[in-house]
Design a protein around this ligand. Structure first.
Ligand SMILES: Nc1ncnc2c1ncn2[C@@H]1O[C@H](COP(=O)(O)OP(=O)(O)O)[C@@H](O)[C@H]1O
Ligand SMILES: N[C@@H](CCOP(=O)(O)O)C(=O)O
Length: 322
């Protein structure tokens, strides 16, 4: 459940008068998602998504996210830009939170993507990377490689409450990765950084929307593909790898954006990095989400287990993966 901030009908009706979008007909809180409060808003003219930004999304970063969405939408990619009010503003305040009214896109996000759907997602990610070649803005990755060790230390020995020995194993894996991380100086660009199946809307095998750009940043282009690969190619426990789905994602990507030899050889390191990033952020949330919070915590070990596929040699040195 992700509705942290309640929006009253009166406040929403008044908010909508700033835009040329008709009058409020209905508004329903959306259960999916974990970061922000989302409402499906229907007006006399259309449907919209109302997002109130919470938790990890800093108001100062919103101009970057909105500019990126505008840039991609202008190039014909299926992303949802924010609706501009009569004065051209996209970023607003509602119930004390930063808020945007966003274009509604059709489609559903999948729990178990198939090979064709993974290929389409890879292709869309490659097309996005092509489209940002002339995107002028930069945003450092606040959840990038340099943040992982500090996040590990903030979680501390409490990690052992999730799995005995997890703190030591994560520390070891991070040290191992630091030896080789981006030694090649791989190409960078604006990346999505969270391209999980729940952030892609589809109808059949066709992509109708790529959403949730709130971790977007400038980072290694191939890392975006590695995140998507780790997110799309395993079951929810992280125990079972679907190689056909993983390969289709990479093949689809390569059709839009061919990978170099160097990128092929660096892929597994970046995928281990993706596993560590989501293990750590999920572990932090696991340890710090109040028991009565109306949000479902995600299993940190599901990403940790994926390391066995991406670096089997490293995994043999990690007792928690035995
Ligand atoms: N532009 C959109 N069009 C249609 N549905 C959307 C759109 N944006 C979000 N949603 C719906 O809201 C849900 C949560 O959105 P998301 O951005 O993933 O939230 P969070 O940032 O909290 O993770 C999505 O799973 C989807 O069902
Ligand atoms: N995709 C991340 C969590 C971020 O949540 P999202 O709903 O904004 O995609 C994870 O699964 O750990």
């Amino acid at each position: 459940m992700a509705v942290y901030t309640h929006v009253s009908a009166e406040a929403l009706a008044e908010f909508l008068t700033r835009f040329d979008v008709g009058e409020l007909v209905s508004a329903k809180g959306i259960a999916e998602g974990v970061e922000n409060s989302n409402y499906l808003v229907e007006t006399t003219q259309d449907r919209f998504i109302l997002t109130l930004y919470e938790k990890r999304v800093a108001a100062d970063d919103l101009p970057y996210f909105m500019a990126l969405l505008d840039h991609l939408a202008a190039k014909g990619l299926p992303v949802p830009p924010a609706i501009k009010d009569r004065e051209g503003r996209e970023i607003h305040e509602l119930e004390g939170r930063p808020a945007c009214l966003i274009k509604f896109l059709p489609g559903v996000s999948l729990s178990h993507p198939n090979v064709a759907q993974a290929r389409a997602a890879g292709e869309a990610l490659g097309a996005m990377h092509q489209a940002v070649a002339d995107f002028p803005l930069d945003r450092p990755n606040s959840m990038g490689f340099e943040s992982w060790k500090p996040l590990l230390e903030r979680c501390g020995e409490s990690l052992d409450g999730i799995a005995p020995g997890l703190y030591r194993d994560l520390d070891f894996a991070l040290g191992d990765l630091a030896e080789t991380w981006d030694r090649q100086g791989l190409a960078r660009c604006a990346i999505h950084a969270d391209l999980f199946p729940d952030n892609v809307l589809m109808l059949g095998d066709a992509i109708t929307g790529v959403i949730d750009f709130y971790f977007a940043c400038t980072d290694i282009r191939l890392y975006d593909l590695a995140v998507a690969h780790a997110a799309w190619s395993f079951d929810t426990t992280g125990e079972h790898y679907d190689e056909a789905v993983g390969n289709a994602l990479i093949e689809g990507y390569s059709q839009s954006f061919p990978l170099s030899e160097v990128e092929h050889s660096a892929f597994h390191d970046l995928a281990v990095g993706a596993c560590l990033r989501f293990t750590l952020s999920r572990a932090w949330d696991w340890l710090n989400t109040p028991a009565d919070a109306l949000v479902t915590r995600k299993d940190p070990l599901a990403f940790w287990r994926r390391v066995k596929v991406y670096d089997p040699d490293l995994a043999t040195l990690l007792p928690t993966l035995a």
